[in-house]
Write a protein that binds this ligand. Sequence first.
Ligand SMILES: [Mg+2]
Length: 180
Amino acid sequence: MTIAVDFDGVIHAYSLGWCDGSIYDPPMPGALAGLRTLMEHDAVFVFTSRDTQQVADWLFERGEFDITWEPPGEVICEFWNDRDRILVTNRKLPASVYLDDRAVRFTDWDQALAVIQPGAVITNPLTHTADVGVKRVISLYEQWVKAGPPPLGTPTARWWDKRLAELRGVLHLQQTEDPS
Ligand SMILES: [Mg+2]
């Protein structure tokens, strides 16, 4: 399958945010080995809003990967299936998995809003049934099971805080909808 990997915050540590536009940080711990492991079985492309050549050069200097970079505005492929090289692109190509430090897994809009805006009251009349509330908790649970344990090196307290915030988001949403 094809795996899309975000650059900033996933491969490049990005501790100061965009800053001056340079790639100033070292790789995230495990990033280069992680990319190599992915490439043993899957095609990998790196997606970034940066200049693709800048990212390609950085990856080559640190990981000596064989790299193809797509100049902005050019389309060199519709799909990426090559396991021997990394493609660097600023387009969102089709992929089975998107690895991104700022992603929210989408199941449905109620669940997504509950994670992004925990205090928001959803106006969709469907959400007023208890059934939907239960479904939302179940889908959150399934999402956790699918995501598996925290990656090695993740502080457990932070990982738990995130889970609890997601659960609080779903429960709070139900409270605000409860007419009693
Ligand atoms: Mg990112």
